[in-house]
Design a binder for this molecule. Structure first.
Ligand code: NAP
Length: 499
């Protein structure tokens, strides 16, 4: 059984250090370089998911506030688009240095609003800030081409220009990194932006806005709007003809609706949507390595990651060994408030998320799955769910098709390699897949056949700021990070020169 640290009911209040870290964050709307109240002074609560207690309130933007943010982004676009690339790169570089220097406080802030353990928050601060370092280096490498027309005579020139004002909508599971992955390349490319962080976790983004302002980002380039009336405030911005790009990370369902709204303005789009990652363990795999990779692929971010392994598809010859070793490791994890020493599993972000996980586990057990470890939501405050391993899960279980987004590892088995690939691809999603084998030919055959945007071969984590992150099928389109990441914020202009 996973152990649970501390007495949750005694933890409702923030410590004085926690209060001061939360108190240091400006909680207004950041528009045109100024912090301001929402129209009518409206605010909404931000909770600590480990206790369910309110830790602070932030501004609750109205439709007019949203429009003011876009006005500011539009007003700043022309001048910002013409700044020297080196200047844009240096702002990103300074911001990366500041985030790195303040990583302890930023990690604590993230854990308080999102619940994950401090070590996970610290990892996200490193990962998220690296997008600023990477794109600080890419800002000065934006280039074009020059060629002679095949028939001779004219010359063909291509150049890159910023797309223009962008709207960025981000989810709660990586409150900083899902923003920096968009903000970094947009700043490098010379775009201005309005950012709308998730209502559950707005504080990391507000802290980031303060850092970027301190790093010298000109007024109006970045504007942050927090709101509880999300659809109502976002739709007029998406339909505003001055907006040129929408970049969204979140659920497939919401993403589909936003694509429809963006049709009128024919916006440039990036859609980073849901996942249902298969984790294949072939019969020749190093089982201990596969278990170590499985722990990362499953338990990173308490399972609340679009890249989380959702279906373990394991060859029948190693399934018992793999399941037993995974259950032992998952069962030994300590669960508690993410701020406590030694905690490896924090709460899920809200009651709805915990209840969904519970429902999916109940459904799998009813369909015939066996619980090797976990399978329960502990009593007490907060939205905890125990690390769980399920074996003998039939493919009729809902979790074969639906994103779990929690610390639950369902194990399915296969006999023939072709069967494993067919099972892996039997989903509407296509974000990432993982595979474990010692046979190079089998690895190449499998990664070429997997219908996903990313594959981890003998590794349980693929996220890397210098690599293109993104999916296919219902996991969306567009790439974040790598050389590809900045292209999403650039238009190609072709100039034909007659001679
Ligand atoms: P979500 O419910 O789709 O929300 C994501 C963002 O969209 C939030 O800021 C949310 O605002 C906003 N939103 C909700 N309804 C909206 C509407 N009608 N119009 C405009 N914006 C709207 O997703 P989530 O639960 O926060 O995040 C989990 C999902 O994100 C999972 O499916 C996960 O796989 C996916 N994800 C994908 C990636 C990737 O790179 N592919 C990375 C991380 C997460 P509110 O907070 O106000 O609701």
């Amino acid at each position: 059984m996973a152990t649970r640290c501390g007495n949750m009911s005694a933890m409702a209040a923030l410590t004085s250090h926690e209060s001061s870290v939360v108190g240091d964050v400006a909680t207004g709307l950041f528009i045109g370089g100024q912090w301001r109240d929402a129209e009518g002074g409206k605010r909404f609560d931000v909770e600590d998911p480990a206790t369910g207690q309110t830790i602070t309130q932030v501004a609750d933007a109205s439709v007019a506030d949203g429009k003011a943010a876009l006005d500011a982004a539009v007003a700043a676009q022309d001048e910002w688009g013409q700044t020297p690339p080196r200047e844009r790169g240096e702002i990103l570089r300074s911001a990366w240095e500041m985030i790195t220097a303040r990583a302890d406080d930023l990690s604590l802030l993230m854990t308080l609003e999102m619940g994950k353990p401090l070590t996970e928050s610290r990892a996200e601060i490193t990962y998220g800030s690296e997008f600023f370092r990477w794109f600080s280096e890419e800002a000065v490498r934006i280039s074009g081409r020059y060629s002679v027309a095949p028939a001779g005579g004219s010359r063909l020139l291509t150049m890159k220009q910023p797309v223009g004002p962008c709207l960025m909508i981000t989810p709660w599971n990586f409150p900083l990194a899902m923003g920096t992955r968009k903000i970094g390349p947009a700043i490098a490319a010379g775009c201005t932006m309005v950012v709308k962080p998730a209502a559950l976790t707005p504080l990391s983004m507000l802290a980031l806005a303060g850092i970027l302002a301190e790093a010298g980002l000109p007024d109006g380039v970045l504007n942050v709007v927090t709101t509880k009336s999300t659809g109502e405030v976002m739709e007029p911005l998406i339909r505003d003809p001055r907006l040129r790009k929408l970049t969204f990370t979140g659920s497939t369902e919401v993403g589909r609706g936003l694509v429809e709204q963006s049709a009128q303005g024919l916006l440039r789009l990036s859609m980073e949507l849901g996942g249902n990652a298969p984790f294949l363990v072939f019969g020749d795999a190093d089982v201990d390595d596969a278990v170590a990779g499985a722990m990362l692929a499953k338990m990173r971010n308490v399972g609340e990651a679009c890249t989380a392994a959702n279906r373990f598809i394991v060859h029948e010859s190693v399934a018992d060994e793999f399941s037993a070793k995974l259950a032992e490791k998952m069962g030994a994890m300590s669960m508690g408030r993410g701020t406590e020493d030694g905690v490896e599993v924090g709460p899920l972000v809200e009651a709805k998320q915990r209840d969904k996980v519970r429902e999916l586990v109940e459904d799998a057990v009813e369909a015939g799955a066996k619980t090797s470890v976990g399978g329960d939501a502990p009593e007490g405050d907060g939205y905890f769910y125990s690390p769980t391993v399920l074996t003998g899960v039939p493919t009729s279980a809902r979790m074969f098709r639906e994103e779990i987004f929690g610390p639950v590892a369902p194990i399915f088995t296969f006999t023939e390699d072709e069967e494993a690939l067919a099972m892996a691809n039997d989903t509407e999603f296509g974000l990432v897949a993982y595979l474990y084998t010692r046979d190079l030919n089998r690895a190449v055959w499998a990664y070429e056949g997997l219908q996903t945007g990313m594959v981890g071969v003998n590794q349980g984590i693929v996220s890397n700021p210098s690599a293109p992150f993104g999916g296919v099928k219902q996991s969306g389109f567009g790439r974040e990070g790598g050389f590809e990441g900045i292209e999403e914020y650039l238009e190609t202009k072709y100039v034909g020169i007659a001679l």
